[in-house]
Design a protein around this ligand. Structure first.
Ligand code: ZN
Length: 486
């Protein structure tokens, strides 16, 4: 961590943050002024007004509120006011919901948004250019502006796919400015999410996490409008065969140091468990609790699942990446976890060599579950949609405000077109979502009562600029790294 605190403070004081200058091939590529602080000017997002979605197939995901074949959802000042067959809302603007499924937005519980710039360099079929070596090398060259642009690209993709909440697994916080860059991008996108403050790529394992930086983020950024929350992402625990270079490998004493510091600040913890399972060791050290989320449920034993249930630990599965791993590294234990009563949620992981597609995530999980277990523990399509919505909110501890269409909760809502060629004629809406859906069917995306996308287009975010900024930043990183490596 080489951050110069005085420099950062001086920059932020004037509420003006100058972006880094990017040089590639000796040319100046970009110089932009983008807000970079909690107090800085907010990007212009649509206001939270009053509207009613009429005539949609409403999937509430609330066990106490029935679905409606044709119903209305009334939203005012960012909150869901009413859900019913015909809601009386004379002053509300009408959003036409006919031919659409109206449902809670998807909740993605583990995504390394900072790696979104590496898409041109990561190869799924060339080991030396895999996700881990590329992100470890280029991650160490990232400037705060790169962090902003990567997260701007990632959150734009999330919103386009109907994801309204993202757990940003930020294990490349190289300075306070990098943290502010990622948080600013999340704020400017208007997305809900948890920022999991991590170590930096290349940071020595014996170096503690940046507790002062976490406290500063908590003070400067939380709660504001309540969309962003804070946690930490832990480096790996014990000997790991996967991802050691990018995630670090901690001894149990180092885990106690890092997790203890996080807990002193009241922050939840997330940890990858790919490779030999650390669950028993963590339990013996007294470290597991409901504030812990684990990632990649591949190698748990029945005894460990019992521990997870007892401690209230949740598990996030990222089916696209996990299913591509060698069989020796385990299988996705969705059925075993659900049967044991462990909380499970769904995630993208990263978008370097796969895209964000919650529909494919649900579909793959369902198919792999049937492939392995099938009738022994039958799952419904509705259960798969619940994994991608309400269960994600439970995992992140925000089910009091999102994850279902419940009056009183915040309005995180998507409309999915059922008249598209790949969806029509539609039968059971859950079947359609899981078996047939794709991000292009997501017509409208509402976060906290703001209409962020409508008719497949951003209402305020500048799509072209996000793309251009990402392309420029990626090219500059290539130049900095003298990429491709020789
Ligand atoms: Zn991950």
């Amino acid at each position: 961590m080489t951050h110069n605190r005085m420099t950062r403070r001086t920059m932020l004081k004037g509420a003006v943050a100058m972006s880094a200058l990017f040089a590639a091939s000796g040319e100046l590529l970009a110089q932009q002024a983008v807000p970079r602080s909690a107090s800085g000017p907010r990007a212009t997002l649509p206001a939270r007004g009053e509207f009613v979605i009429r005539g949609a197939t409403v999937l509430t995901m609330d066990p106490a509120i029935a679905d409606l074949p044709a119903g209305d959802v009334h939203v005012r000042d960012g909150a869901i006011v009413a859900v019913g067959a015909q809601v009386n809302a004379p002053n509300a603007q009408v959003i036409q919901g006919r031919g659409m499924i109206c449902m809670p937005g998807f909740i993605d519980t583990h995504w390394h948004l900072w790696t979104s710039l590496f898409r041109p360099y990561v190869r799924g079929d060339v080991g030396a250019l895999g996700y881990f070596p590329v992100s470890n090398r280029l991650g160490q060259l990232m400037a705060p502006e790169d962090s902003y642009r990567a997260v701007a690209l990632g959150t734009a993709e999330a919103l386009s796919a109907g994801v309204t909440t993202v757990h940003n697994w930020a294990h490349n916080v190289r300075s306070a400015d990098h943290a502010d860059g990622e948080l600013s991008a999340m704020r400017d996108a208007g997305i809900r999410g948890r920022f999991a403050y991590g170590p930096a790529q290349g940071m020595p394992d014996d170096q503690p996490m940046d507790f002062e930086g976490m406290a500063r983020v908590k003070r400067d950024w939380m709660p504001n409008d309540g969309l962003l929350t804070l946690g930490i992402c832990s480096r790996n625990v014990g000997a790991m065969s996967i991802g050691g270079a990018t995630r670090g490998v901690l001894t149990m004493d180092q885990v106690k140091r890092d997790w203890g510091g996080a807990r002193a600040l009241g922050l939840p913890i997330t940890l990858h468990t790919s490779g030999p399972s650390p669950i028993k060791a963590l339990e013996e050290a007294g470290l597991l609790g409901p504030d812990v989320q684990l990632i990649h449920p591949l190698l748990t034993t029945p005894e460990e699942r019992e521990i997870l249930k007892r401690r209230g630990v949740s598990y996030s599965t990222a089916p696209v990446g996990e299913s591509g791993r060698a069989a020796a590294l385990g299988v996705i234990q969705l059925g075993e976890l659900l049967e044991a009563g462990v909380k499970v949620s769904l995630s993208t992981d990263h978008t370097t060599n796969f895209n964000c597609d919650p529909f494919v995530g649900m579909r793959m999980l369902f198919q792999l579950h049937n492939h392995r277990i099938g009738a022994k523990y039958p799952l419904t399509m509705k259960r798969m949609v619940q994994l991608a919505t309400l269960d994600g909110a439970v995992d992140l501890g925000i089910a009091d405000r999102t994850g279902s269409l419940t009056p009183g909760k915040r309005a995180d809502i998507i409309l999915v077109r059922t008249t598209d060629i790949n969806m029509t004629p539609v039968g059971d809406p859950y079947e359609a979502l899981v078996s047939l859906g794709q991000p292009a069917n997501v017509d409208t995306v509402i976060v906290d009562g703001r209409v962020i996308r409508q008719a497949n287009k951003f209402t305020a975010l500048d799509h072209a600029r996000i793309v251009r900024d990402a392309q420029e930043a990626t090219a500059a990183l290539r130049s900095k790294a003298n990429w491709p490596p020789t």
